[in-house]
Design a protein around this ligand. Structure first.
Ligand code: C2O
Ligand code: CU
Ligand code: CU
Length: 452
């Protein structure tokens, strides 16, 4: 059992015997139409078939515009985006843009259902800064299962201004995503949600990285930018380099941090994203080094070429809104509590007819969120809010370094921990906040925020 995970983690990841294979890189979704001020896309949720293991039969999966997972959807700051969301599943779904600051009418939460066979068009303006967001379904009672079977994709917010940064941005070459998911693939070809034990979230023993088991990636540049995404239902990761060397953290969920931070480990709870730079400039061509987590390999990097600059020449941008004035008044106190089916926020379970918190557009609030231990110690809850990006002020009364933390929309709170976050509500509507262990969310660890 991993430290800090309490009774939640009862299934460990297993190293695989599967032969190494090239890391799958999700495609960038082609726009249906693009003008100076607008862009249009079509995203189709559908059934698919995926071959996870080399010598096994295909597995029934779900995907966006494909068989498993989805493409990268590029959103450009300042442009109006129109997305035709098409549901070709045999059941209702929603298309939720996790981390996107948009009115709740287009947020794709549990209220914006797209029935089987139907199409719904959403339109919004991209106002936030460059960042790695993602999208996934959010229908009441089916979120966890649909994500588990493969529905998740990436949203990259792009900002023309940041093209000038020296950060790697050749997609698939020196800028790659790693979507981490654990799955139980029964008989090497069955991915049935019914097969998972899901008391505190579905856990599997097989690690999929962008849907690939045991991947390698050929590195051709001296700097590699890696966008780590925890797309798992319930598992926490702690990602390190296999030789223990350090790398640089450059972005949190909502965008760049002001000052790149040297780290040896990245903790990632469900829903969170972190961007890092790995420096290969001092390594020899032919060398390999891997990312590892929870005792298994994530991806093996094979150094083939060292094009480009060394890390010292890179100036991580300070394009962020992090340094907002901090407020010390606490507007809301939330207590997360429980396990399994008995999870709650402030002693209550989700009720769609109740607005738990009301706020006003344009206002800045500080929320204090406390993870109350239970008799067994409790477990980490990744707390997420729709429609805003927040700044983490304090963890257990300890101030966080403003320059080393970026905006976030999901934060892991360990048992007994108390965090203070600050945010400004920029959009109106009814937004969800919930634990991003998807089964906790389904079991009612969710509330509604109404912004007027
Ligand atoms: Cu990533 Cu309410 O969701
Ligand atoms: Cu969300
Ligand atoms: Cu939880």
């Amino acid at each position: 059992m991993m430290e800090g995970m309490g009774h939640g983690a009862s299934v460990d990841l297993k190293s695989t015997e599967e032969k190494e294979r090239r890391l799958n890189i999700p495609k960038i979704l082609k726009a249906d139409r693009e003008t100076k001020n607008s862009i249009q896309y079509t995203i189709v949720a559908k059934q698919g078939e995926t071959k996870f293991f080399r010598d096994a039969k295909k597995t029934k999966t779900l995907g966006y515009n494909g068989n498993y997972l989805g493409p990268v959807v590029e959103l450009k700051k300042g442009k109006t985006v129109t997305i035709r969301t098409v549901n070709r599943l045999s059941e209702a779904t929603t298309f939720h843009w996790h981390g996107l600051v948009v009115p709740s009418s287009v947020d794709g939460g549990p209220h914006q259902v797209v029935k089987a066979g139907e199409t719904k068009v959403v339109k919004f303006k991209v106002k936030q800064n460059e960042s790695t967001l993602w999208f996934h379904p959010h229908p009441m009672g089916k979120t966890a299962e649909q994500v588990y079977k493969g529905l998740a994709g990436l949203l990259y917010v792009k900002d023309e201004k940041t093209k000038e940064t020296m950060l790697p941005q050749k997609y698939g070459e020196n800028d790659i995503p790693l979507i981490l998911q654990d799955r139980k693939v029964k008989n090497r070809n069955v991915l049935e949600y019914a097969d998972v034990e899901k008391t505190d979230g579905a856990l599997g023993d097989t690690l999929l990285v962008n849907g690939t088991i045991n991947p390698y990636f050929n590195v051709k540049y001296s700097q590699l930018r890696v966008r780590l995404i925890n797309g798992s239902n319930a598992r926490n990761y702690a990602v390190k380099l296999s030789d223990g060397s350090s790398f640089k953290k450059i972005a949190d969920d909502g965008g760049y941090i002001s000052k790149a931070k040297n780290v040896k480990k990245i903790d990632l709870s469900p829903g969170e994203r972190i961007e890092v730079l790995v420096d290969f400039s001092k390594r020899k061509i032919g060398e390999t080094v891997a990312f590892e987590t929870n005792g298994v390999k994530v991806v093996n990097f094979k150094l083939k070429e060292k094009q480009g600059t060394s890390l010292s020449a890179l100036a991580p941008k300070s394009v962020n809104e992090n340094l907002l004035k901090t407020s010390s008044k606490v507007n809301q106190k939330l207590t997360l509590f429980g396990m399994g089916k008995n999870v709650e926020i402030n002693g209550k379970k989700f009720d769609e007819t109740r607005f738990d918190i009301k706020a006003k557009k344009g206002e800045t609030e500080v929320w204090e969120i406390y993870n109350k231990k239970d008799m067994m110690g409790g477990m980490t809850h990744p707390f997420h809010i729709h429609g805003v990006q927040f700044k983490v002020l304090e963890r257990n009364n300890q101030k966080l370094d403003n320059q080393e933390t970026g905006l976030k929309d999901t934060i892991a709170i360990k048992p007994g921990e108390r965090v203070k976050i600050q945010m400004t509500f920029k959009e109106k509507g009814v937004f969800m906040y919930h634990c991003h262990i998807l089964e906790h969310e389904e079991n009612g660890m969710m509330g509604q925020l109404r912004v007027d």
